[in-house]
Design a protein around this ligand. Structure first.
Ligand code: FE
Length: 250
């Protein structure tokens, strides 16, 4: 498998590229509309073709590149079936994995950050990687105070679906704000500041209730925009509208 971890600094989002060495087909996980041009240049350099974009959840902090990439390179759009988005070509669920060439994405239903959030488990020879979206972050987790978030639900998702994976499973989150790149299930289970070292459900709910996080600055347009796979709805600030222009790359 060809694998790259890519970073979008404004929203601190990690986008992941998975390439099948047999077919040259690629899946991009959580691509960001701001970095479409970068992603297309990388695909060109690698000599690969984008088959699918895939989402972990409906993001509130950035616009997805799914729709723009579909327009530019005819990729298909995949995401959780539970979201029931008309713009999605393939809805994934725990019973309905996504396979592209030799790439196999096993969806894990991990609600709590949002109520339809999914993580993805991917094997590559002896290496197992789990892409935890905004459920489990390195030394942290996604917020649970909006978008149907629920701290107790997130605690159960992480304990039942992520912490039960083999110790050496590599953990790749959708965001990092502190220059972490990758962790392991054992490391997060043992030392995650919010969930590790035996923190109880009550501990976690209390931690999450006292975070006092600011209101996400893009949420009012990103959520409705991402329910359309990355359109700019009317509430999008003028300066950002150009990102949705389908005739230009980037
Ligand atoms: Fe999120």
């Amino acid at each position: 498998m060809i694998f790259r971890q890519l970073f979008e600094p404004e929203s601190s989002t990690y986008t992941y590229l998975f390439g099948c060495e047999d077919t040259g087909l690629v899946v991009l996980l959580d691509p960001v509309i701001d970095t479409v041009e970068r992603d297309l240049i990388l695909l060109h350099e690698l000599g690969l073709r984008l088959a699918y974009t895939l989402e972990t959840h409906i993001h509130a902090d950035h616009l997805s590149a799914a729709r723009k990439l579909k327009h530019l390179v005819a990729s298909k759009i995949a995401g959780p079936a539970m979201d029931e988005l008309p713009c999605t070509d393939f809805g994934v669920s725990e019973d309905r994995p996504l396979a592209v060439g030799s790439l196999a994405f096993k969806p894990l239903f991990t609600p709590g950050h949002t109520d339809t959030h999914h993580s993805y488990l991917i094997g590559d020879g002896a290496t197992k990687r789990v892409f935890t979206g905004d459920a489990l972050l390195i030394d942290g987790c996604g917020r649970t105070d909006f978008q149907s978030g629920d701290a107790a639900t997130l605690y159960r998702s992480i304990h039942e679906k992520i912490f039960t994976l083999p110790d050496d499973t590599l953990v790749y989150p959708a965001h990092d704000y502190n220059h972490h790149h990758v962790s392991t299930v054992a490391q997060e289970r043992e030392r995650n500041l919010r969930l590790g070292a035996g923190k109880t459900l009550a501990d976690f709910v209390q931690i999450m209730a006292n975070l006092n996080l600011p209101y996400p600055k893009k949420m009012d347009f990103a959520v409705p925009g991402n329910r359309k796979c990355g359109e700019c709805p009317e509430e999008t600030p003028e300066a950002l509208r150009k990102l949705c222009n389908l005739s230009e790359q980037g």
